[in-house]
Structure formats: C-alpha cells, structure tokens
Design a binder for this molecule. Structure first.
Ligand code: UDH
Length: 288
C-alpha cells in the first residue's frame, strides 16, 4: 500500500506537499577545504545530481517556498567558481531551495563594476523564471554552516556576517559585503544597486545606505551560523581601489531614485548553459 502511494505521488495524481519551514537534512558546521587538486570533473561528480541544465534545481519531494536566483559577479576566477560550485550545490539542495545559479561575467578588460553586474543578474534571471528572492554572492565565499539559509527574510539579509578574513567578526557595524539576500520587493524598494561604482570599494556601503534610507533594517545570522571561508587571492587587475568611490556615499540619498535598476544600460553578449550554472556574458560599458 505504501508503495502505491509513492508511485501515485510521482504520477502527479497527488500533488507534492510544501517543503517544511526548516529543512530536515541540514548538518550544521561544515569542513571547507579549498583543495588545489580538485578538478572540474570532481566538481561535476559532487554537484550534478538532480540538477536541471544551467544550474537549476527544485526539491524532488516537496514544493519549495523559496524561488531563489543566486547572482555571482564574475571575471577571470575559474578556480574560485570551481570551489563555490563544489560546496554550494549540495548545500542548496539540503536547504530545499528552488534555485538557479547565474554567473555574470564582465566582458572585456574594462574597470570592474560589481554592483552593476549584480543589477544585470537581477534582470536576466527574471527573464528565465519568476524568482522572488535574490542572493548576491561573491565567487570566493563559501558558508561554513548550512543553517545559513540561502533564502529571503522580512528584512534585507547580510549573510556573510563572520568571514574568516575579518577574524569571524564584522569589520565594521554597517558592513554589507560578500553575500546578501533581498526579496524582489526589498530590491525594488531601493531601486536596486548603484551603477556608478567603478573599481574596488564602497558599493556595498551604498547598498546598505539605500536600505536604511528606505526605512528598512538589516538582519544577520549569528556569528556561528554566519561563518564564511574565503579563497585567498591577490588583488585583481582592472579592479583597483577607486579613491573616488567613498565620496559618492554623500550623494546616495539624492541619487538613489534615479541611479539603479531603473537606469541600468548594458549589452548582452552571450548566455551559456553549463550543467552547473548559467553564464551571462555582458558588456557593461566600462569607462576607458
Ligand atoms: N570579481 C571577479 N573578478 C575580478 C574582480 C572581482 O570575479 O576581477 C568578483 C568576485 O566575485 C569577487 C567579487 O567580485 O569575489 C568582489 O571582488 P573584490 O576584489 O572586491 O573582493 P575580494 O574580497 O578581494 O574578493 C578584495 C581584495 C583582495 C586583496 C587581497 C590582498 N591581500
């Protein structure tokens, strides 16, 4: 009799139940090691199970309450992406997320612009699926505890609250860097992210300012659950510290309603579907 009910579940005659609020398969603290010898075929073996193409996944036995686009700003970090995929796919599956992984590649050698790439990821992921939540994650950050849920909350969420490179503490009170999650409503309320922070620095502070200026607060996991390990690396070329960037923070209140998702201009070059991710190659019109 039990067998029959399982069969009928997969026949579609009885609809899947909603996934429980707390995923049952979580394990808590994780051991993360960035093995240099890990190959892409190791990564595929560890990650591909039950994935649909382009890094899409839905739980098999319940309906997820969280449709999440994971947006990664990217250029020339193949090794980091490998580690990220190796660890994150299994975690996200345990978390019972209905998700897709979008790697937003800045085309060309122009000055890098993290926040603008994140805006592109928001727009492009929504062309594929009705995501209601967006996790914006650097490619080099892997959570050390799977209770740090890749989903949205009542307030914008700063997920990377305890990074190893900052001694597992917040570097300063209003830090909003690394990995954050915003619902569609929260993101639209702040007009997305700024498009004008070229090079390294301050775009994450601008994101935080937008949130507080619109009367929202930021929530965070505690410093155990919020632990992240970063792949160690040198500063990238074409993403030098831009000393102009912090000064722009004085203008956020004045410019945020006109600079953001409503003023985003870019040229799509190519969309590539890997089995583990969707790569969106984009020209964001970097200044010379
Ligand atoms: N990113 C790229 N390619 C680049 C630059 C940035 O993919 O060339 C992405 C990537 O997702 C990265 C994120 O943008 O994680 C943020 O990049 P970042 O350089 O601002 O921040 P990160 O924390 O490094 O990775 C800070 C500078 C490290 C200097 C270390 C010197 N000890």
């Amino acid at each position: 009799e039990q067998k029959e009910s399982i069969v009928s579940k997969f026949n579609g005659s009885s609809p899947l139940p909603p996934c429980p609020p707390t995923p049952p398969g979580l394990v808590g603290p994780l051991r993360i090691e960035f093995e240099w010898s890990r190959s892409m075929s190791d990564v595929r073996k560890a990650s591909r199970e039950n994935l649909q193409g382009g890094g899409r996944y839905k739980p098999l036995d319940c309906i997820s309450q969280h449709k999440v686009a994971i947006i990664i700003p990217y250029r020339n970090r193949k090794d980091h992406l490998k580690h990220w995929l190796y660890y994150l796919h299994p975690i996200l599956k345990r978390q019972q997320v209905d998700y897709g992984v979008y790697v937003i590649n800045q085309h060309g050698e122009g000055t890098f612009n993290r926040a603008k790439l994140l805006n592109v990821g928001y727009v492009e992921s929504l062309k594929e699926y009705a995501y209601d939540c967006f996790v914006f994650s650097d490619v080099d950050l892997v959570p050390m505890d799977d209770r740090n849920l890749y989903r949205c909350h009542g307030e914008p969420r700063h997920m990377a609250s305890a990074m190893d490179k900052f001694g597992f503490q917040m570097p300063y009170t209003n830090y909003f860097g690394g990995v954050v999650a915003l619902s569609r409503e929260q993101y639209m309320r702040i007009n997305g992210f700024p498009n004008n922070y070229w090079g390294w620095g301050a775009e994450d502070d601008d994101m935080h300012k937008r949130i507080t200026l619109k009367g929202m607060a930021v929530s965070r996991p505690d410093s155990r659950v919020g632990m992240y390990k970063m792949v160690r690396h040198l500063r990238d070329t074409h993403n030098e510290v831009n000393p102009q960037n912090p000064g722009q923070l004085h203008n956020t209140a004045r410019t945020m309603d006109t600079d953001g998702i409503n003023s985003l201009i870019y040229s799509l070059i190519k969309i590539e579907k890997d089995e583990l991710y969707t790569m969106i190659d984009v020209d964001i019109h970097a200044p010379n």
